[in-house]
Structure formats: structure tokens, C-alpha cells
Design a protein around this ligand. Structure first.
Ligand code: ADP
Length: 273
């Protein structure tokens, strides 16, 4: 379970348009020791309320490190991070986290409903209200029928839906996802991508998703932050003007999509195209 779920829900921050700001982020592991390793050199970007932003970069570019800093789980070596206008010093209560490894993020001895309700229980929500919210959010992810089952009775894609439902249960202002669809088959991946676009549209949440998959980033995003290789810098922030309605076959075959794909490939593999 993410640490974010352990914090009490504070009064909502005043509605600023900017949900996340990352300024001059630098992260060095084992700083000052012979084993020092610079994972992030200099990264800056911001995310507006309601936006879907993907972060792409090659393996080892520091994407996971950056998400750990953004989610308050790791301290940056330098730079400034703010969440809804407030300096980020610990895990923001209004942050939802979804990781790639759904298998390890759900408790096998709890029913799916209990897994989804855990952050609500940690926030002191009464049982009846909790049951209602859990039902609602499981329906939002197309799993209204599995409340009484256990995670191990579900397919990988369904387990990831339960993990998404849990992250959505406390209505986060920002959903942060680390390669969330990397461990499922291609068809399930498309289904989950469409699910997250629908959830985003219907619930109006802001999403930051890390992926190494350029096509996935274009399909999902309003903007893409393209990172260089290790230690990472921002190569470019690319606008994705494909509109809100996307469809797996038609969108991916459109001229705009293919142009963006070529541009992004040029950025991440400058010598290959
Ligand atoms: P990505 O998610 O883009 O694959 P990571 O953030 O996992 O990249 O890693 C970036 C770099 O930082 C890698 O070179 C990795 O070996 C290094 N790194 C990650 N975590 C640690 C750690 N806890 N201690 C030392 N080095 C680390």
C-alpha cells in the first residue's frame, strides 16, 4: 500500500490551477560517497489541473526516482517541488499512487472491497459511507461484481483495476502512475488505457503517468515531458493536440499521431530515424 494512504485527509487546499510544479530537480544517490550516482541532473515542468501529462525517457533515465521525489517518498538533492502551490515536504494526502506491480500492491488476504477501502478506513471514514464509496469506485473501474472476491481470484488486468480503484477511492487531486500497464498483455493494456482516459474525463482528475512507451504516451497525454538518458534533463515538452476523445485504432492511425510519434522517436533516439 502506498504511504499516501496513511495520511489523514486535510482540508482541501485552495483551488489553484497548478497542481504540480517541479523546478530544477536534481537527485544524487549516495551523495558525497565514492558510490555517488546522479540519477536526475536538472528537471523542470509543471502540471495544470485536469491535465494528463506523460513522462517518457529511456530505462535508467531516472523516471522512478522522479516519481519518488514527486510523491514525497524521496528527498531531492536540490530543486523545488510544490503541490497545489505548497512546498512539497512529505507525501501529499491528495495524491493517489499506482505502481506497475499490482501483484505486490494488493493484500491477498483482504477482499477486493476491503483493499479498496483501506485508505478510507485510514482516513477515519465510517463503515457505511466507506462501503458506499467502495461500491461506487469499483463500478467506476468496471468491477462492480468482484467486491467479495480476493485479488488472487482476478486476472492481472483486473487486479490493476482494483489498485486504480483504491487510488481513486479518496478522490485524489493528482493520480501518479508508474508504468501502470507494463505487466499486462496488449489487449488488456489498451482496455486499461481507455479506462484511465474515461475515469479522467468523468472524475476530472489530473494524471501524471510515467512510461517508456512512446505510443502509449501520445495516446493518453495532453503533454509529454521527454527526458534525456541518465542523468536526466528535459529534452522537450511536447504538446499533444489530439483532443479529448481518443480511440485505439483511429487515433493511433491518424496523421497527427504518426507525426508526433516520429518527432518523439527523433528526440529519444536521435540517430535512428
Ligand atoms: P528509470 O525509472 O528511468 O528506469 P531509475 O529512477 O530507476 O530510472 O534509476 C535512475 C538511476 O539511478 C539508475 O542509474 C539507477 O541505477 C540509479 N538508482 C536508482 N535507485 C537507486 C538507489 N536507491 N541507490 C543508488 N542508485 C539508484
Amino acid at each position: 500500500m502506498s504511504h499516501a494512504t496513511l495520511l489523514p485527509t486535510p482540508n482541501r487546499a485552495p483551488m489553484t490551477n497548478e497542481v504540480l510544479r517541479v523546478e530544477g530537480l536534481r537527485k544524487v544517490y549516495n551523495e558525497g560517497k565514492p558510490t555517488a550516482k546522479t540519477a536526475i541532473e536538472d528537471v523542470s515542468f509543471s502540471v495544470e489541473r485536469g491535465e494528463f501529462v506523460c513522462i517518457v525517457g529511456p530505462s535508467g533515465a531516472g523516471k522512478t526516482t522522479m516519481l519518488r521525489c514527486i510523491s514525497g517518498l524521496a528527498q531531492p538533492s536540490s530543486g523545488r517541488l510544490s503541490f497545489e502551490g505548497t512546498p512539497l515536504t512529505s507525501v501529499p494526502a491528495q495524491l493517489g499512487l499506482v505502481f506497475q506491480d499490482y501483484g505486490h500492491s494488493l493484500y491477498p488476504w483482504f477482499t477486493n472491497a476491503k483493499n479498496v477501502g483501506l485508505p478510507l478506513a485510514a482516513r477515519g471514514m465510517k463503515k457505511a459511507e466507506r462501503a458506499h464509496r467502495v461500491s461506487e469506485v469499483l463500478k467506476n473501474v468496471g468491477l462492480g461484481h468482484v467486491e467479495k472476491q480476493y485479488p488472487w481470484e482476478l486476472s492481472g488486468g483486473m487486479q490493476q483495476r482494483v489498485a486504480i480503484a483504491r487510488a481513486l477511492s479518496y478522490q485524489p487531486d493528482l493520480l501518479l502512475m508508474d508504468e501502470p500497464f507494463a505487466s499486462v498483455d496488449a489487449q488488456t493494456r489498451f482496455d486499461l488505457e481507455d479506462l484511465i482516459l474515461t475515469v479522467r474525463r468523468e472524475l476530472g482528475i489530473t494524471v501524471v503517468l510515467v512510461t517508456h512507451d512512446i505510443d502509449e504516451a501520445i495516446y493518453l497525454s495532453d503533454r509529454i515531458v521527454v527526458l534525456s538518458g541518465s542523468p536526466s534533463r528535459v529534452r522537450e515538452v511536447v504538446d499533444v493536440p489530439l483532443g479529448r476523445q481518443r480511440e485505439q485504432v483511429a487515433t493511433r492511425a491518424s496523421a497527427e499521431f504518426l507525426d508526433l510519434r516520429r518527432h518523439l522517436l527523433d528526440l529519444v533516439m536521435p540517430h535512428s530515424v
